[in-house]
Design a protein around this ligand. Sequence first.
Ligand code: F3S
Length: 65
Amino acid sequence: MKVHVDPDRCQGHTLCAMIAPEVFELDDMDGHATPVSEEVPVGFEDKVREAVRSCPEQAISVSER
Ligand code: F3S
């Protein structure tokens, strides 16, 4: 599974990093999220899906390939 955060949509709500701190890190300067790695670590798929649902800006997208 691959994960992407749209930097134009992300408004720094930080929910993604609270749900899956192993996957999303927050930029110290502006608080925007970026994935630690594009490839989601095995076992974190459900947390990433929860983050997708929780982001108020719909900034997170995943692809299963
Ligand atoms: Fe940004 Fe959404 Fe996370 S707005 S910080 S991607 S919860």
